[in-house]
Each structure stands twice: as structure tokens, then as C-alpha cells.
Design a binder for this molecule. Sequence first.
Ligand code: C2E
Ligand code: MG
Ligand code: MG
Length: 730
Amino acid sequence: MKTEKRANELFRPLILLSVVATILLLVGGYHLALRMNDAAKEREQQLVANGIANKIVEVDKGAVGQVVWDDALANLEARNIDWATDNIGQFLYDTSFFQYSFALDHQDRLFFATDIGQQAPLSIYTPFARSMHTAIKAARRKEAERRKKGIQLGSLKDPVQYHNLVRINGRVFVVVASLVEPDFGTVKQRYDRAPIVIAATQINDQFLQAFAQRYMLPDLKLRLDQQEDKRGTAQVDLNDDKGRYVATLEWTPGAPGTELALKLLAPTLVVILLFFGLMALFHRRSWRAAQQLIASEARASHLAYHDPLTGLPNRVMFFDRLGVALDQLRRNGTSIAVHCLDLDRFKEVNDTFGHQIGDELIVAASRRIAEVCRRSDTFARLSGDEFAIVQLDATPHAAARLAERIVESISLPMELSSGRVHVSCSIGVNLLTEGEVAAADALRHADLALYRSKNNGRAQYSFFEPEMDAAMRMRREIEGELREALNKGELNMVYQPQSDKSGKIAGVEALLRWKHPERGDISPAMFIPIAEECGLINELGMYTLREAFIASRQWQGLKVAVNISAAQLRMRDFPEKVGELVRECAVDPRTFEMEITEGLLLGDDPVTHGVLRQLRQMGFSIALDDFGTGYSSLSYLQRYPIDKIKIDRSFVANLGIEKESAAVVQAIVKLARALKLEVIAEGVETTEQRDQLIEIGCEEIQGYLYSRPVEAKQIDRMCDKPETLTSRRA
Ligand code: C2E
Ligand code: MG
Ligand code: MG
């Protein structure tokens, strides 16, 4: 989510910037075009203003030929109307489009008028008279100046002409007043002041057309009302010689800016579109990259918090949730239960069928467990076959119920690709109802309770009790002390006699003893499992064997049974080491019996199998200890090279108390016979038990009835006096 936001945050200003830049470009372009248009219009207006001035000068020139002329001076001074009609009125009309022509005498009195070349009443001059006043005055002034300077002749190049613009009845005229002057001086001027010819030409369509053509103004027109300057039209006001408004020339000015803009618009739009297209493409790519990043972030964070095999929360997430739950417990007193689960004998399944099946089992078991959990529970895989649950709002009943349901559901057979498998699971439950507990301790305590479940025979759950912690602490201490004890020689062996069917001592079982300087005697039942757990068992096992081997040399014909731990049999080099010891101690393996427990066979571990065979080949016999308490099946008994079974003392203890015990013992004895195995009962304490065993057919016997485990020296003595057992028996 964050990455997507980041990508958008990065793009938003970029897009905004691009849009703003585009708008600025378009608006700027538009304004530039307008400015260009305005400049062009101004230029055109200037041009037209100059042009019209020039045009008027040209109009003036049209009359020059007829007024700087000796004949004109003579005829006009003589008021020759006919001559004037032909040579002024008619001529100026034909050649220079002067519609009206007038002539004033030396006293500025009108004496002649023509309209389109024809003589006309003098009255038509009236509307022109006022407007020409200034021009006439100027002409007279100039005339006086010339005379003063003594200039006699007029010049075509520099005629005395003044003009004005006049509007009459909606028509606009250029009116020129020209002083009549001699050109060669062939006639004599009669008066001091010469006549003046006034000619008027209308600014009509024809006039405008010619002008428009020259200046390329397509729709030039004349308006008679003054208007505000408008965009899109250009205008030049025509004023008279007093600066008064007469008319306006109006046309549509060229718009080079607009033209340029229009020309550039298409390519600019293409570039902008292209740019936005590229931006969109780039954004899409980045968005996709962001999406991929989000996905991989999600994947990574999922991997960081989940177990890849089962998809369950992993240890990290478990502790996370546990931390939150413990916080709630502290703040609101919401009780929680921490369950620690372990599949019983998972290692055996893994070793027997391979890791793939092991994985299948883990997945199948995790599904079953997940089904009985609530959504609010956090069910996590911590490692291997170790699972844990944080159960929220847990009462003792609810916690027990969940554990129970898990035990039940796991005990149902599972279909794996290797076939149907039966497993079970053990659970430790730590119910937390108050107080401050560290997450690690919460789980450790559940683990201690799990340990209890395992020790109590698995496939069950146990609640944590504070004593367990103390017991565990003691175990840890003992673990450390055991190492020292081995080095300091605090361990020693005792031997318990075994009688044969004739009641004589036939063998002994070597049992380990630990005399702790402070704790006193510690039972092997207590420290052997610790040694197995911490890996000390191999050293301890070799010590036991060596002691037994050495002691045995005193006892001719006695079979010496030695307890061998499962962990020792999983060592491939165990037979080799035993062989070395045999040579070193110079003993005969045939006088030794190795006692192994039933549970060991269940795994069907090929290494164990091989080790047992090798030991057998070396001459050792194999006895199955504590028979009846484990899971041995007939097939195991047949498959493994076993010589003897040892009926567990729990059955013996109940002989004469529980009827079933006798039946079980009887069944075991029958089984041993059928498989041609020897059979011995251990833990025989009373004569009743002995008699019943003999009656059933188990004649080899070991127990307090005959002797407690004793020092080797005492066995020496017993060997010397073989009747000892017999006499006790009697
Ligand atoms: P186990 O092999 O079944 O040994 C027999 C246990 O029963 C011994 O306990 C013995 O003292 C006790 N016992 C013998 N007769 C009677 C009787 O009449 N009544 C009662 N109540 N108990 C009797 P211990 O010596 O405490 O050994 C306990 C277990 O520790 C042994 O059970 C054996 O599994 C293990 N163990 C002892 N020594 C060694 C050893 O050197 N190596 C290994 N790996 N395990 C050993
Ligand atoms: Mg034993
Ligand atoms: Mg036993």
C-alpha cells in the first residue's frame, strides 16, 4: 500500500506540473498571437494613414497640370466660362475623377462651377465654401510670399495647393484648392492675386478599391460613425484640417499571430499528446513496477511471518501475537492459554518413511489442528513437529476442551501417500489468568507441561504447574552435575542377581548408581533420561559396559545383562567401539546380554536394526526390557534378533492382586515360547509372585525377593556360594 502511495505521490506533482506547463504554453501562445496581431494591426494602420495622406497628395497632383498653365491664368482671369468648362471642369473630371470643379477670382469670388464636367449652378459650392476657407487662406498667404520673393512662374513640382476633407450628405470628398499660376509667362497677369481652382473628388467605392488594391486591404470600407477600437478590425480616422472627425476607413487587418498559432497548433498538440502519452506509459510502467514491488513486499512479509510448509504463522508471528495477548492480560485481565504441541514419535516416522512423508504428516496434522481452533486463536508452527497455540479468553475448561479435541483429532488415522499412519500428539497447556509473564516464559512453561504429557505416556495433555518449573530447573542442574560426577568417579555399578529355573544365580543385571555428595542417591530412572537428552549417554554407556566387562571377569558362567539406551544403538560405530572394549577387557561377548526397551523397535530405524544385528553377530544376546509397557507388535519381535523378553515389573507387582495381570503374564510367556524366546520376570518381591510365575511357566526370576542390586564384591561371594539364592528361595 505504501509503495503505491509513494508512486502516486511521485506522479501527482509531475502530472500537475505537466498540465500547468501545457496550459501556460497554450495561454502564452494565445497571448503572443494576439500581441503579434495587435502589432501587425498597428503597423497596417500606420501604413494606411500614410497611404491615405499620399493618396490625397496624388489627388492634389491630378489638378496641377490644369492650374500651372499660362492659358488657365489668362482664361480664368478673363472669366472665360466655356474654356473653364472644357479645360477645368470636363478635363479634371475625365482624367482625375474630380466630380466638382470651382473657380474663384482674384477677390475669391466664385464665378464658375461644374458637376461631372457639366456647368452647374454656383450654389452647389455652398457646402464646400466653409470647409475650404482655411485652404484658400493658406494659398493666398503662400502667393503673397512668392510675390515677395519675386517668383513669377509657377512650377509643376511645387504648386501652391491646399486641401481638406469634407463630408457632405453622407459623402466624403477630398477637396483641393490650387493657385492658378503661369508656366511660361507668355501672358501677363492682370491682378495681384491669381484665380483659385477648387476641385472635389469623392472617396467612393472606386477610390477605395484602388487604394485597397494597392495596400492589399480586402474589405476596406468607409464608415461615417466613429467607433471604439475593436479587436478584429483596423481603422484609421479621417479628420479635416481643423482636426474634426469626418469618416473612418475600416478593414480587417491581417492576423499573422493567429496564422502562425494555427500553423503551430497542430504540431504543438501532437507534441503535447505525445508527451502525455509518454507520461501515461511511464506512469503505467511505474505503477506496474509498484504493484510488483507491493506483491513482493507482501510475499516477503508473508514469508517473514509464516511457515513455508504449512502456511501457518511462524515463531516470529507467534511471539508477536503472544506479546499482544500478554499485554491484554496485564491491562484487562483477559486470560489466555498457551498450548505447546508435539507429534509423538514424529522423528520415527520421519526416519522410517523419509522427509517427504514427514512433511506430509506435518501438513495433515496442522490441518486437523487448525480445524478445531477458533479464528481468534493463533496457531503457529514453531519448528519441526512443534506447534503452539495462543488461545484467547481461555477458561480452564475451554483450554482443556481445546487440548482434548486436538489429541482426539490427531489420534484418528491419517492418509499419507505412503499409506495410512497412526500418530498421536502430546500437549502442554499453560493457563495464564493474571500477572506479568514474559512471552518466553509463557511458552517455556507450556513446554514443561508438554514434557509431563510425554513422560506420562504421550497422547494426552497436561496443565503447567509451578512445581514443573522447579523440577526442570533441577534437571538442568543435574545435567551439569552429571558431567562432573562422571569425571569425579561418583558413579558406580551395582549388580542384581537373576535366578534360573533351578533357582541358582544364573546372571546379573548391571545397574548404574550415582551417589551425589549433597543430593544423596539419584535414581538412574531420573538421570539416564537426562543423559540421553544432553548427549552424555554415549560416554555413560561406555563407562557402564567397561565396568560390567571388568567385573564379569570374576564370575565364571554368569550372564551379565547391561542396559543399553536407544541413543547408543543409533550410533553406527557403537558395535565397533564395543568390539574394541571387548578386546581391551578380554571378555567373551557370549556372556553378555544387552537390554533394550521396546519403544526402540517402533521406529524401525535401519541404523538401530543394523547395530543390533552386528552386536548379535559379535555374540551378544539381546533382551527386550520392560516388556508389555510399550507398543511392541509380533512383527517387531520377529523382525529383530531378540533372544529374551523381560516381563515388566508392573505386571509382576499386580500378580495376585489383579486377575488380568496373571492373564497378561501368561500370554507373554506363551508368546515367548511360540517364538522360541527366553523369558524372565523382573521386580519379583514376594514368594507368591514367584510361585505364580513358576506356575505360569516363567522360571527365570529377578527381584528384591532374591536380592537387591549389590556391589560386585557381593556377587563374587554369591558365585563362590551358589546356594545363597536357593536358600533364600527356600
Ligand atoms: P530396568 O532395566 O528395568 O532395571 C530394573 C530396575 O528395577 C532397577 O532400578 C532395579 O533396582 C529395580 N528393581 C529390581 N528388583 C526390584 C523389585 O523387586 N522391586 C522393585 N520395585 N524394583 C526392583 P534402577 O536401578 O533404579 O534402574 C532403573 C532403570 O534405569 C532401569 O530399569 C534401566 O532402564 C535404567 N538403568 C539403570 N542402569 C542403567 C545403565 O547402566 N544404563 C542404562 N542405559 N540404563 C540404566
Ligand atoms: Mg534392565
Ligand atoms: Mg526393566
